[in-house]
Design a protein around this ligand. Structure first.
Ligand SMILES: NC(=O)C1=CN([C@@H]2O[C@H](COP(=O)(O)OP(=O)(O)OC[C@H]3O[C@@H](n4cnc5c(N)ncnc54)[C@H](OP(=O)(O)O)[C@@H]3O)[C@@H](O)[C@H]2O)C=CC1
Ligand SMILES: CCCCCCCCCCCCCCCC(=O)[C@@H](N)CO
Length: 311
């Protein structure tokens, strides 16, 4: 989007939000409703979806606005295509913007994860959004329509740390997908965006805390949590402004700046400054964190033995 071009607005448009029944997705759906959009939310659990639509009703700005939920499992292409077809049908044609918030994390040590844990984690971090993007983009191109697709990555799309081995690779993959599609979809006028979300206290976060190693929790304390409402605002503002990537907090911005790849810089002035900070701050942080992890090795052995991960 050019320097003086008009901002995109969701008012009167139709937006689809995957993972829209709770957490970041629900905050995003509510914000879009408050901005006057028609909103379609997609998730699996029908009870939560019904409750979420009630929440959307409270944000209603006018009588023309339409809210709808669709229950689909999005970790297969068939599921994503089913949801996409249903969204098209409800809207009577192509919706305007798609916010892919669905996903979940199951942090744990790599060697305690089963084959199924690892495959499922990749599905819930990557495929749950990648298949949606595939189904949506194909339909948009078939209809010769433009549109906007926003992914939700994480700070751990840029950096890995102890406990996130099953999850971070999927979020890294999402970053690679978004960057590839940002380029490829110039062919069709489909805009790609990605939010690199920091820690948010959502229902999903409470679940991931149950399997998260205590050392991961301790390291993560340095990440300042952002409310899902604030993260939704950053996401929607970024899409409105035509920004490719959004970081949810300063730490996400620092890691994004230091691993920018072929993505456009968020800010011509601040991105290089943040990259400079990264040069100094990250090696210091890494040294301290590595030291702390090594110190915990004996305690970790006892944990593995207790859980019978090793004999
Ligand atoms: N919370 C955090 O600290 C962070 C989260 N993120 C990312 O942000 C996104 C939102 O997270 P958050 O709000 O915390 O998550 P929540 O678990 O609170 O909400 C996830 C939403 O996605 C839906 N969903 C999950 N899996 C599927 C599936 N396979 N098919 C269809 N719908 C699905 C859930 O509904 P249902 O279960 O009924 O299907 C729910 O609506 C995720 O992609 C997450 O990885 C990134 C960084 C930090
Ligand atoms: C500049 C140097 C300082 C570095 C401090 C680094 C602290 C660790 C940051 C980890 C943040 C993880 C956030 C997202 C996690 C996530 O995606 C899951 N919670 C998913 O739900």
């Amino acid at each position: 989007m050019g320097l003086f071009s008009k901002k995109w607005s969701p008012k009167g448009k139709t937006c689809v939000v995957t993972g829209g029944s709770q957490g970041l997705g629900l905050s995003t759906a509510k914000l879009l409703a408050r901005k006057g959009a028609n909103v379609i939310i997609v998730a699996r659990n029908v009870e939560k979806l019904e409750a979420a639509v009630q929440e959307l009703e409270k944000e209603r700005q006018n009588e023309q606005q339409r809210f709808k939920y669709l229950s689909f499992e999005l970790n297969s292409l068939a599921g994503a295509e089913g949801a996409t077809a249903a969204a098209w049908e409800f809207n009577g044609g192509a919706p305007d913007a798609f916010f892919l918030c669905a996903g979940s994390a199951t942090p744990m040590y790599f060697i305690e994860a089963s084959e199924q844990d690892l495959v499922k984690s990749m599905e819930q971090a990557f495929w749950v959004q990648a298949f949606s993007a595939r189904a949506i983009s194909k339909k948009l191109v078939q209809d010769n329509k433009k549109g906007k697709i926003a992914f939700v990555g994480s700070t751990v799309s840029h950096m890995g740390l102890i406990g996130y081995a099953p999850y971070a690779p999927g979020k890294y993959a999402l970053k690679g997908l978004a960057e590839s599609l940002r380029s490829e979809f110039k062919l069709y006028g489909i805009d790609i965006h990605i939010l690199f979300a920091p820690t948010m206290h959502t229902p999903g976060f409470d679940v991931e805390q149950q399997t998260k190693p205590s050392i991961t929790k301790k390291i993560e304390e340095d990440d300042v949590p952002v409310s899902p409402d604030k993260a939704a605002k950053i996401l929607v503002n970024g899409v409105e402004a035509g920004q490719y990537q959004m970081g949810g907090n300063i730490l996400a911005d620092i890691f994004a700046a230091s691993s920018r790849g072929a993505a456009p810089a968020s800010n011509a002035l601040f991105t290089p400054i943040l990259d400079g900070i990264a040069w100094i701050a990250i090696p210091v942080w890494r040294m301290l964190t590595d030291r702390m992890i090594k110190k915990s090795a004996q305690e970790h052995r006892a944990y593995l033995a207790g859980k019978k991960v090793v004999e």
